[in-house]
Design a protein. Structure first.
Length: 460
């Protein structure tokens, strides 16, 4: 965490044009700390700070920066400096940057790359969007099964600097086909004259270049890996995918799901960087839909207008009833959506989910019903005329209604994500506001139906 005083000192040095002193302060910072600094200083000062960094540190820092800051920086740097940065970047990070840029700009930047790096970049961009191939590193350490440990170590010393990950070594045959993988620990702990095929166990996991990134996430989770090899249709090893790229994908997906669950379309950029009218556009659609849905609540209220006129006291508990149903529905929806995302449940588990939520809804509803009943009883004791002579019947209506509404809320909230997934939609779309709106309308119907059954001939 960078102190405010440090940021202020750096800004003062920039203003005073003391660039040598600035370089002396930040040249030993870690790239992640510099990336944090770039987020905290004005846009116009970012290019200045970047220019005073040593070349290697600048290249390392660039990979830590947010895509938006990377794009802004390239506009303020000379063509030669941009070329140096792009050629020094890891291939997967460079591809992630290119994916966010317009086609004509990417074409210009490709021309700045060396022939070898241009070939790599073009190959990765040639894979389908959201495929594993877009996120893979073409640089890895491969060995042959007949090599000795000594030769493997020599190979690592010579070529290890070219790859981002050294934890796993990949065993290939003469045609480049993947036949196994071994951990660097096994190499380090083996005698130098031992051969690779004596260490191999034939137990390895791999991805195909055209696999969807979401499938890769599940495999990383299942096997608890930090990197996985990527093969083509002929089982030839063509690259690796590392855990940092997977974590980026997970963060994007989780952010998208959370935003959808809040009742809006997912943002493409961060909150600060999203233009005002784009933000309004993303939020307005669902707000209008939810508003129209809430209008049905007014319609339901008007349908029971006669009951309300005869027993105005019933209207006092409308917010209590519908909010309890909405809250229980939102809880259930949150649990089921997260369980679906983690693979804890599938569509085939719908009956188990329903059975559990029926019991949960009845118990939770009964608990709230008892609290609601007790609240009315206590208030009647303190203020005897508040609910009139039939306070006990009103308390019973509220208690029973809470059981019904909470039960309906938990069932709606738990079944809605499963239904949407069955229909091919994103379960996160069954957002908390959407479920709450649905339960508001139906909760009123349940409440006044119970009231009509119990109070008919007495208050109604």
């Amino acid at each position: 965490m960078i102190e405010t005083t440090q940021i202020q000192e750096i800004l003062e040095l920039i203003e005073q044009k003391k660039f040598f002193a600035l370089r002396k302060i930040i040249k030993d910072w870690h790239p992640s700390e510099l990336a944090e600094l770039f987020e905290d200083i004005p846009i116009d000062d970012r290019a200045i700070v970047f220019r005073v960094l040593p070349r290697e540190l600048a290249s390392d820092t660039f990979e830590y920066l947010d895509i938006k800051i990377q794009k802004d920086l390239m506009k303020g740097l000379g063509q030669e400096r941009v070329a140096d940065i792009l050629n020094e970047m890891w291939a997967d990070d460079r591809t992630a940057l290119f994916e966010e840029l317009p086609g004509p700009v990417v074409k210009q930047l490709l021309e700045l790359l060396s022939p070898e790096e241009r070939r790599v970049a073009s190959t990765l961009l040639g894979y389908p969007e959201n495929s594993v191939g877009r996120s893979m590193l073409p640089n890895y350490i491969s060995v042959k099964e007949y090599w000795t440990v000594e030769r493997v170590l020599d190979h690592i010393r010579r070529y290890g600097h070219l790859t981002e990950s050294l934890g796993i070594l990949y065993v290939i045959d003469g045609g480049g086909h993947l036949i196994d993988e071994i951990r660097i620990n096994d190499i380090l702990l083996s005698p130098i004259d031992k051969k690779v095929n004596e260490i191999m166990d034939g137990n390895f996991v791999y991805l195909h270049a055209n696999d969807d990134k979401e499938d890769a996430i599940e495999i990383f989770k299942q096997y608890d890996r930090v990197s996985l090899p990527v093969v083509n249709s002929d089982n030839v090893l063509i690259g690796i995918v590392t855990i940092d790229d997977v974590l980026d994908i997970v963060e994007e997906e989780d952010t998208e799901d959370i935003q959808k669950f809040g009742g809006m379309e997912a943002l493409e950029d961060s909150y600060i960087e999203t233009p005002l009218f784009e933000m309004i556009k993303k939020r307005a659609g669902w707000l209008i839909i939810l508003f129209v849905g809430e209008m049905l609540t007014a319609t339901a209220m008007s349908y029971f207008e006669d009951e309300i006129d005869k027993a105005v006291v019933l209207a006092l508990f409308v917010p209590l009833i519908i909010s309890s149903g909405g809250n229980s529905g939102s809880q259930a929806a949150t649990l089921i959506i997260r369980s679906l995302a983690l693979g804890e449940i599938t569509l085939s588990d719908w009956w188990k989910v329903m059975s559990k939520e029926i019991v949960s809804g009845l118990i939770l509803g009964s608990m709230l019903g008892i609290v609601g009943f007790g609240r009315i009883a206590i208030w009647h004791t303190i203020f005897p005329n508040m609910y009139g002579p039939h306070w006990l019947l009103i308390a019973i209506v509220v208690g029973i209604s809470l059981v019904g509404v909470v039960l309906w809320g938990t069932l709606s909230g738990s079944m809605m994500p499963l239904l949407l997934q069955k229909l091919g939609f994103d379960p996160a779309t069954s957002s908390a506001p959407f479920v709450a709106t649905l339960v508001d309308v139906t909760g009123l119907v349940i409440y006044f139906t119970v009231a009509s059954m119990i109070l008919r001939g007495i208050l109604l």
